[in-house]
Design a protein around this ligand. Sequence first.
Ligand SMILES: Cc1ncc(COP(=O)(O)O)c(C=O)c1O
Length: 379
Amino acid sequence: MGYRVPFVDPKTHYRRLKGEIDGAITECLANGDLVYRRQLKDFEQRLAAFVGTKYAVGVNSGYHALHFSLLAAGVCPGDEVVTVAHTFVATVSAIVHCGAKPVLIDVGPDYNMDLDLLERSIGPKTKAIIPVHLNGRVCNMERLMAIANLHGVVVVEDAAQALGATFNGKGAGSFGLTGCFSFYPFKILSGFGDGGAITTDNREIARMASLLRYNGEDRETGEYHYHGYTALLDNVQAAVLDVKLRHLPEWIEHRRQIAGLYRRGLDGISDLKLPHYADSSFFDIYQNYVIRTARRDDLREHLRQAGIETLVHWPKPMWEHKGLELENPTLPETEIICREVISLPMSAETTREHVEAAVDCIQNFFASWPVSLRTTAAS
Ligand SMILES: Cc1ncc(COP(=O)(O)O)c(C=O)c1O
């Protein structure tokens, strides 16, 4: 069905940037610049500067950014890697594909790793931690890095949803050994297909990731150093991403304004929990605007009928997907979250009118819901 308020709007997004994007693509095509040319190198440099690291290495997905980071960190069969279950499956698949064991832990009220649980989950086999900066909010990296350093464990940041978010002024993806980004079409910085990048201050790690993405080959010498992968970020995608990177600060500001409008419209509905937190050390970029209610499914249907598109990240705990062959880690918070969360429309194209329509609809839903039937949503 066509939605009057779409979750994201890639067609309008393209129309707004058409001149710049068509120019960048045409330049690549006209010059035959398809594989690892100036556009990719320029993008990598600008991305590293934006994140606040020395290096950025373009790869073909956020998944490969994670996988290569773990390989470069020396994660091997027999190792354990601690991460959250409330994440996109790629975070965990990257661990599994290194032959390591994912140790899944619960999240706190901001949907990020519960750091009280982290300390307890580190054991003699733990090689790495993957904090996931979910929905555009960085984990408390000061505390997390202190725990990791205490135990001599590597940190690979899953920053796929957090480009531009900061903690104490420092960018997501600049704290750990590496930061891993995704440029999947609905991310804040989006390509026209899959794409990703690794950021790091470590020259050796950057070099290893550069080799791994190109079948192990050193392009200067022609020497194959590893059995690698075909996973380079396409030059044309890099050219498009480089154009869009220039707009990122204004898009972040826009998302923060949209989040503020949602907040003003929805604050005070006792059955709803909103993604706003008191600590000013965090600068959130709202990759997703996630609200919580015990009546999530009814609310979602109500919004759908009113032509407002929403998404649920994720409706079922990861370990319940039997094909993934994960142990049930018993994570009560993750289980409840899967039943309660709903993501509202949020993109560079979301307008004040879109927010007003969604807010009206949500207010109506709760106003028409008899008080006696109300249950208290997560507090
Ligand atoms: C938290 C998280 N981790 C990892 C990924 C994987 O990125 P990609 O889809 O580019 O492989 C995503 C993207 O959806 C994500 O949201």
